[in-house]
Write a protein that binds this ligand. Structure first.
Ligand code: C2G
Length: 130
């Protein structure tokens, strides 16, 4: 039973998120998602997410290829999370390319191409302009 782990805020869920989650799940048999807390998103991106944690969690939980969700409280606890959830492979979009190679001693690390020309930031800008 190959356990896959990935992390993100997954705010204003869009096709880029769906595709990375689907491809991450395809790397194993179980997909575990470390969902960034609202506070972590604020520190990562300098703003609160559009959707609060419970909404983002509910959206992810509705996806058939997401098997388990936990709260990612800190970017610094990734090693603990990987061990705690017994992950065999860490999957991230390639905007993080190389950033998680330090974990190759405890799991495989796979970077997958991001879906081009869509991001939460762009969606927010479009909504603001409309
Ligand atoms: N992603 C993608 N294509 C896009 C947008 C995002 O493949 N057009 C991927 C990202 O590469 C990431 C995942 O979707 O793997 C989640 O993206 P975000 O919610 O923006 O997450 P991020 O801020 O990158 O947080 O500990 C790691 C961080 O929590 C990741």
């Amino acid at each position: 039973m190959r356990r896959v782990i990935t992390f993100g805020t997954f705010d204003v869920l869009h096709i880029g998120h769906i595709r990375i989650l689907k491809r991450a799940r395809a790397e194993g048999d179980v997909l575990i998602v470390g969902l960034s807390s609202d506070e972590l998103n604020l520190s990562k991106k300098g703003r609160n997410p559009i959707y609060p944690y419970h909404s983002r969690e509910e959206l992810l939980a509705s996806l058939r290829f997401v098997d388990k969700i936990f709260t990612e409280e800190s970017l610094e606890k990734k090693r603990d999370y990987i061990i705690q959830h017994k992950a065999d492979v860490l999957v991230m979009g390639d905007d993080w390319y190389g950033k998680f190679d330090e974990f190759k001693d405890i799991c495989d690390v796979v970077y997958l191409p991001r879906t081009p020309s869509i991001s939460t930031t762009e969606i927010i800008e479009i909504i603001k302009e409309s």
